[in-house]
Design a protein around this ligand. Structure first.
Ligand SMILES: CC(=O)SCCNC(=O)CCNC(=O)[C@H](O)C(C)(C)COP(=O)(O)OP(=O)(O)OC[C@H]1O[C@@H](n2cnc3c(N)ncnc32)[C@H](O)[C@@H]1OP(=O)(O)O
Length: 465
């Protein structure tokens, strides 16, 4: 097996496992669309295979490659280096895909940190469980760490896969329906006005409105360009075609400034009546969001409104006269967070409590492993790596998720995936403690970490990626 150091330039290396040989490549989408990027086109086909989707059309591939090029997405792929039997997919079709790009994560209102986003992870079933994912993930996270990214993030197809790579569920959403048979009655009047809008005009407004939402919302990540086509119906990247059924509306504040939009489509179920599905609903303020909900629920012929990116604790529900009309269909983890640099990540967020504690972080991949002191007692937060963590039996056995032990000198110990969940307040420290995922020196230490890590609101992300 040979390796080359990670760089943000195209690179190539080799990998062998269980008698099979692979070439691993990292590359970028260049100018010239599908014709000029045959390697990226094959990569995109492999992604669709990996998620059991249909063969992408040339037009759909063109849109995806453009979006990836505009966002500087780095593509990783594994190709078989062994002879390909007759009728098997050609050697130019990757057996594994992976990509990542630079983004920003809001950690508290007004404060964003660089985040390394990962997506499109697939391994062809006939090449699975040979360590290809582990190898691609290790290469990619190593590069992110070397380039100084405090965190990496992804959205997971299965909750069981990514903990071993140090990712913890960092933000949650709910899928909701609001019964709209009668007009939405709210306890407090809404502010501003809502107008039905021109889709193309909304596509132009949307990036600025989203940027204001993003800046003010812990847990939000920046979006790729492809979102604005989705919002306006010009291009639905999930469906691989334009969507002429998309309708939009804009919310204006009392000064007449556009400060929110909703993009939605009608799903007729019984004659003229039916459900509305929200595609995207964005405003920097809850008042704007609730006003857009009022607009949606008060449309004639609409029996219910469905939304897949509601927050865990929704001001809309608490504002409704009849909260029984608000139904949570599903709760799911959205952003999985992986702390790569605890000093940078923990220094960036705000703390409302003044404490000094020493935390032992267990990271089987090594990036964040060690003892750290967090001190918020002074005028400025100070986070410092103060030493190595003593090796345990599980470390020596090479376990990817070692059991957490409290070393001497530490007040608190936890695995790096738990830190990802604690970081923006998706979970309380006491919940992790009761689940056996966090060890503490004594009750005072538990109280300290609980107070230190608590956040004023749940983290919230409305941008699957
Ligand atoms: C961020 C995203 O894109 S999410 C989308 C993920 N992709 C999919 O769901 C598409 C269908 N699945 C696949 O393509 C593949 O099965 C993958 C990507 C999930 C796994 O790829 P593989 O190359 O088989 O994984 P690899 O052999 O490197 O295994 C790495 C580790 O993950 C574990 N693992 C792999 N797949 C799974 C799984 N589905 N559930 C739980 N654990 C898993 C392995 O046991 C192994 O554990 P260990 O290293 O601690 O012993």
């Amino acid at each position: 097996m040979t390796t080359t150091p990670p760089t943000d330039r195209p690179s190539e290396t080799t990998y062998s496992a269980r008698g099979s040989n692979y070439v691993l490549r990292k590359f970028f989408v260049g100018e010239g669309g599908v014709d000029a990027n045959p390697e990226a086109e094959q990569w995109n086909r492999a992604v669709d295979h990996g998620f059991h989707g249909p063969e992408p059309t040339r037009e759909a591939t063109g849109h995806i490659l453009d979006s990836m090029r505009n966002s500087g997405v780095r593509l990783r792929a594994a190709y078989t280096a062994d002879p390909v039997p007759t009728a098997a997919l050609g050697a130019d079709r990757p057996v594994a895909t992976f990509c990542s790009w630079d983004s920003e994560l809001t950690v508290c209102p007004g404060v964003g940190i660089p985040a390394w986003l990962i997506s499109e992870v697939t391994v062809r079933p006939t090449h699975a469980r040979r360590g290809l994912l582990r190898r691609l993930m290790t290469d990619d996270l190593t590069e992110a760490h070397e380039r100084g990214f405090p965190v990496a993030a992804l959205t997971a197809s299965e909750a069981t896969i990514y903990g071993r790579f140090g990712f913890g569920a960092g933000t949650f959403n709910t899928e909701i329906t609001v019964d709209a048979h009668t007009r939405l009655q709210l306890k407090a009047p809404t502010v501003g006005t809502v107008e039905m809008a021109d889709n193309e005009a909304v596509a132009r407004l949307a990036p600025e409105i989203f940027a204001r939402f993003h800046e003010g919302t812990a847990g939000s990540v920046t979006r790729q360009d492809k979102w604005w086509g989705l919002v306006s119906g010009a291009w639905d990247w999930h469906a691989g075609k334009a969507d002429p059924e998309i309708r939009t509306a804009v919310h204006y504040d009392d000064a007449g400034r556009a400060d929110g939009y909703v993009s939605y489509k009608f799903l007729p179920t019984q004659g003229f009546e039916g459900a509305l599905k929200v595609v995207d609903l964005v405003s920097p303020s809850w008042q704007g969001r609730i006003a857009l909900w009022e607009y949606l629920c008060n449309l004639d012929l609409v029996t219910e409104v469905r939304y897949g990116s509601a927050p865990m604790e929704d001001p809309l529900m608490w504002g409704m006269v009849d909260m029984s009309k608000y139904t949570v269909r599903k709760r799911f983890e959205r952003v999985w967070l992986r702390v790569l640099d605890p000093v940078a990540a923990l220094s960036a967020r705000r703390y409302t409590s003044h404490r000094r504690i020493t935390v032992s972080i267990v990271d089987s991949m090594g990036f964040a492993d060690g003892l750290y002191e967090i001190d918020t007692t002074g005028a400025e937060t100070r986070v410092e790596r103060v030493g190595d963590r003593p090796r345990t039996q599980d470390d020596l056995a090479g376990k990817s998720m070692p059991a957490v032990e409290l070393p001497e000198g530490a007040d608190v110990a936890l695995n790096v995936d738990s830190l990802g969940s604690l970081y923006l307040g998706a979970v309380k420290a006491s919940t992790l403690y009761h689940g056996g995922l966090l060890k503490v020196r004594d009750e005072d230490a538990l109280r300290d970490i609980q107070a230190l890590m608590s956040t004023p609101t749940d983290p919230y992300c409305i941008s699957p990626f």
